[in-house]
Design a protein around this ligand. Structure first.
Ligand code: ATP
Length: 471
C-alpha cells in the first residue's frame, strides 16, 4: 500500500511565479480583497462582527480551487486515503473524551489600564503550561494598545469552544458544541470507515469543513478568525513507523505548498518544544509562512500517537483498536495529522502572488497565481458591445466554459479590463476585435508577460490548454 514516504514526493511540477514578489502590507491586501470581491467583512452593513469574514465571488472561487487542489493532492493521489463529511455538531461526549471541554484553552490576560484583552503567549512570544511563567514575563512587557508596562491581570485559561443547545430546552443537559476542529468526527467514525472502505493500516481519512473557535483576539484579517475552514488528514499507522511517517508528511505538505505557488524562502519549519506541544504528542511541526506580520503557523503537522483513538475508546466504551492480520496482533493505531486552514492559505497565496510592476511608467497590480488557484482562468473580452462581435464572443465563452471558469466582460476600455483581470490574477484574456470578423482569429494575452498572440478560433481550446499548462 502506498505511503507518502514511498510515493510521489515532489513529483509535481512546481508553479514558479515570474518576477520578485512585492511583499504587500496587510492593508494593501485587505483593500484589494475588498475592492475586487475576494473577502468582505461578515454582516458588514451592521458594522461587521469581529473574527467573521465572508468570501465574495472571487474569494469563493479561489477557496474552492484551494479545496479541490488539496483534495486532489491528499486524497486522489493515494489509494489508501478516503474522505469523510461529518457534522459540525456532534454528541458532546466526544469533546469531553477528547479533552476539548476541559483543556481547549488559551491563556488570557487583560490590561488594567486600557482594559484590552490579549493572549499571554502572543505577548511573551513563548508557550508554556505553567501560567505563572507568563505572569513573571508579563511584568516587563508593554501593553501593545496603551504602551504602559506592568498592568496585566493574572493569566487565566479561557475555553474557546462555542456552546449551543440542541432541541427546544436550554438546560445544561442539552448543551452541545460547534466543533473546534474537524478531526473529532474522523476519530468517532474510524471504525465505520475502516470497515466500509476495506482499508488496512496505513490508511488515512480526509475531511474539509468548518470549525469554530472563540478566539480571544481574532485579527490579522483572515489569519485568525472565529469561524474557519480546515482541511485535515488523519493518517493511521502502526506505532513503529510513527516518526518516519511524520517526517514524510511534513515533506508532502511542504511540496504541495510549493506546487501551488508559495515561494520556498517564505516557508520555514518550526518544531514545537516538549513544553509547547500537547502532552500526548510525540512531535509537532508547524510549517510557517512569512505573512506581513512575520513568520506564523500556516500548516500544523502533528504526530498524535494513539491518544485520539484511546480516549474515544474510553469515552464511548467501544474498542477502536485494530487487528493486524499479517502479524496477528492488536494495537491502537497511531495518528499523523496534517491540518491547514483554507483562509490562512488563501491569505498566504494572495500575499505571495501580489506584484506591483512598472509598465511604461504606469503601475500595474497583478496577482500571479498558479492557474490551478486563480479564481478565473480565462476572460473573454469583446472589444466593444458591437452586435456582430457579441455572438462570436458568446460562442467562445460557451466553448470554454465547460472546461474552465471563464468570465465574460464587455464594458469599459480594453486597457481597464486587462488591469482588472490582472488584479484578480486571470492567467489569459481572449480579445475579439473587428479583424475577427474577417480572419476568424482572436488575440490571447498572457498575464505575466503581457505578450499577445493571434490564434484561429478553431485552435483556441487547444492553445488555451497548452498555455495554461505551461504557466
Ligand atoms: P494558532 O497557534 O495559530 O492558534 P493552532 O495551533 O491552534 O493555531 P491548529 O489547532 O493546529 O492551530 O489548527 C490547524 C490549522 O487550522 C492551523 O495550522 C491553521 O491553518 C488553521 N487555524 C487554526 N486556528 C485558526 C483560526 N483561528 N483562524 C484561521 N485558521 C486557523
Amino acid at each position: 500500500m502506498s505511503s507518502p514516504s514511498q510515493t510521489i514526493l515532489g513529483s509535481r511540477k512546481k508553479y514558479m511565479a515570474t518576477s520578485t514578489p512585492t511583499a504587500p502590507s496587510m492593508e494593501t491586501l485587505v483593500s484589494l480583497a475588498k475592492r475586487r470581491g475576494f473577502v468582505f467583512q461578515s454582516s458588514e452593513i451592521y458594522g461587521g462582527l469581529a473574527g467573521f469574514w465572508d468570501y465574495g465571488p472571487y474569494g469563493t472561487e479561489m477557496a474552492k480551487n484551494i479545496r479541490d487542489a488539496w483534495w486532489k493532492h491528499f486524497v486522489y493521489q493515494y489509494p489508501n486515503i478516503v474522505g469523510l463529511d461529518s457534522t459540525i455538531i456532534q454528541n458532546p461526549k466526544l469533546w469531553k473524551a477528547s479533552g476539548h471541554v476541559d483543556t481547549f484553552v488559551d491563556p488570557m490576560v487583560d490590561c488594567k489600564f486600557c482594559q484590552h484583552r490579549f493572549r499571554a503567549d502572543h505577548l511573551t512570544d513563548f508557550e508554556t503550561k505553567n501560567l505563572t511563567e507568563y505572569d513573571t514575563a508579563l511584568t516587563k512587557v508593554k501593553c501593545p494598545h496603551c504602551g504602559k508596562t506592568g498592568g496585566f491581570t493574572q493569566t487565566k485559561q479561557f475555553n474557546m469552544m462555542f456552546k449551543t443547545y440542541v432541541g427546544p430546552v436550554t438546560t445544561e443537559d442539552n448543551v452541545a458544541y460547534l466543533r473546534p476542529e474537524t478531526a473529532g468526527g474522523i476519530f468517532a467514525q474510524f471504525q465505520n470507515v475502516l470497515e466500509t472502505s476495506r482499508q488496512r493500516i496505513p490508511f488515512g481519512i480526509a475531511q474539509i469543513g468548518k470549525a469554530f473557535r472563540n478566539e480571544i483576539t481574532p485579527g490579522d484579517f483572515i489569519f485568525r478568525v472565529r469561524e474557519l475552514e480546515q482541511m485535515e488528514l488523519e493518517y493511521f499507522v502502526s506505532p513503529d513507523v510513527g516518526h518516519t511517517e511524520h517526517q514524510a508528511w511534513i515533506k508532502v505538505c511542504q511540496n504541495w505548498l510549493l506546487s501551488i505557488g508559495l515561494p520556498k524562502d517564505k516557508l520555514k519549519l518550526y518544531e514545537h518544544g516538549p513544553d509547547e506541544r500537547a502532552h500526548y504528542a510525540a512531535a509537532s511541526v508547524d510549517i510557517q509562512y512569512e505573512y506581513p506580520m512575520g513568520f506564523k503557523e500556516l500548516y500544523g503537522v502533528a504526530y498524535r500517537t494513539d491518544y485520539d483513538l484511546t480516549v474515544q475508546s474510553k469515552g464511548s466504551g467501544k474498542d477502536l483498536s485494530y487487528f493486524d492480520e499479517p502479524t496477528k496482533s492488536r494495537f491502537m493505531p497511531h495518528v499523523i495529522e496534517p491540518s491547514v486552514g483554507v483562509g490562512r492559505l488563501l491569505l498566504a497565496l494572495m500575499h505571495a502572488a501580489y506584484r506591483e510592476e512598472d509598465v511604461d511608467g504606469e503601475k500595474r497590480v497583478v496577482l500571479k497565481f498558479s492557474p490551478e488557484i486563480a479564481p478565473v482562468k480565462v476572460a473573454i473580452l469583446p472589444l466593444s458591445k458591437n452586435e456582430k462581435l457579441a455572438p462570436i464572443a458568446r460562442g467562445i465563452f460557451d466553448q470554454l466554459a465547460g472546461s474552465y471558469r471563464v468570465e465574460y466582460d464587455e464594458t469599459q476600455s480594453i486597457g481597464r479590463r486587462y488591469r482588472r483581470q490582472d488584479e484578480i490574477g486571470t492567467p489569459l484574456c481572449v480579445t475579439i476585435d473587428f479583424d475577427t470578423l474577417e480572419d476568424k482569429a482572436v488575440t490571447i494575452r498572457h498575464r505575466d508577460t503581457m505578450k499577445q498572440i493571434r490564434v484561429a478560433i478553431t485552435d483556441l481550446p487547444e492553445q488555451i490548454d497548452k498555455l495554461i499548462k505551461a504557466f
